[in-house]
Design a protein around this ligand. Structure first.
Ligand SMILES: [Zn+2]
Length: 337
């Protein structure tokens, strides 16, 4: 570390478990943040301030006015300009800590790109909102022995689970299948910024412990920020777990992403068209249909009942419905199959 770094990170270096050696490890680390929503944007800011040398931000979405209540780093201008979250986050992080190398990927994590995007990282942080992507992260973690930290929040409560390959259970040991039955989502139950910040803060504390090589006993941590109740649930590794025991990576080997309804957005994401689109040409074609806006990353078409956002890779978000069939027909009608 140079004298500027010793001064800048002095309060963290003074914290005995970290010290100068820990800080050097933090500066030398590469951390991927999968999803830059409420959890990921907080993690990104906290880790940039902590001095993590390289942050890789992966997010498929753009900033929306309804994000501003709980998502860090983003401004009203980002929502008005429909800036992709990873881009808006990187712009803000550059103002916070210019020594951090921030890599941005405006894309969806899929079985076909996940290994390329994640396998060289020291740690992966979960900022996603769905179990399908979390199982994909879990497969990558087990296959390449990269630790990752699960985090989830809805309403006023949340969960955190650090996954340490070879030293503790994986997500599939604890949840062999996504939690069944009906439960609240951000769409039905809302979500407080206090819980997303609490979950993300706990994830970043665990991240620093992992990066400095501190040993600890992983547990499933439950936080209720409204009622002030937190608990730790002991978790055990399942020797016959399909992922960390039998080493079957079904999600990573899955060939097709399913359409997903997006948490809290009254919107569906589609992967109908896995080829690059010429957004400018598409914008010309759609001008007679409705108001069109296009930037370097995406095109947005305003229709009376729906709003269609198409990204360069052909992925699309149809806002105004949670019905995959309706979303597909809107896409087919205006973009083509
Ligand atoms: Zn397992």
């Amino acid at each position: 570390m140079n004298p500027g770094e010793v001064e800048r990170y002095s309060r963290q270096i003074l914290f005995p478990p970290i010290g100068e050696i820990g800080q050097e490890r933090i500066i030398g680390a590469t951390v991927a943040i999968a999803g830059c929503g409420a959890l990921g944007s907080f993690q990104a800011e906290a880790l940039a301030r902590s001095g993590v040398g390289r942050l890789r931000l992966i997010d498929r979405d753009y900033v929306d006015a309804s994000n501003l209540q709980r998502q860090w780093l983003y401004s009203e201008a980002d929502a008005e300009n429909e800036t992709p979250k990873a881009v808006a986050a990187a712009n803000r992080l550059a103002q916070i800590n210019r020594n951090v190398l921030v890599e941005i990927l405006v894309t969806d994590l899929t079985p076909s790109n996940a290994e390329e995007l994640l396998s060289d990282c020291d740690l992966i942080l979960d900022g996603t909102d769905n179990f399908e992507t979390r199982y994909l992260l879990n497969d990558i973690s087990a296959k390449h022995r990269i630790p990752w930290i699960y985090g989830a929040a809805v309403a006023g409560h949340g969960l955190v689970l650090p996954v340490l390959p070879g030293r503790g259970p994986c997500l599939a040991c604890v949840y062999p299948a996504p939690p069944a039955g009906s439960h609240d989502t951000c769409e039905t139950g809302g979500v407080l910024s206090a819980i997303t910040a609490s979950v993300a803060a706990r994830q970043t504390a665990l991240a620093l412990r992992i990066l400095i090589g501190d040993e600890f006993e992983p547990a499933l941590e439950s936080i209720d920020v409204w009622n002030g109740k937190s608990k730790r649930v002991a978790v055990q590794r399942d020797e016959l777990c399909r992922v960390c025991g039998l080493r079957k990576f079904d999600y990573l080997e899955g060939l097709k992403q399913k359409p997903v309804s997006l948490c809290g957005r009254n919107a569906v994401q589609l992967h109908e068209n896995a080829r690059p689109l010429d957004l400018v040409a598409l914008a010309q074609r759609l001008r007679s249909v409705g108001a069109v806006r296009v930037n370097d990353f995406a095109l947005r078409l305003h229709l009376p009942k729906y709003e269609l956002t198409v990204f360069m890779d052909g992925r699309a978000i149809v806002k105004g419905t949670t019905d995959v069939g309706v979303a597909r027909s809107v896409y087919a009608q205006y973009i083509g199959a």
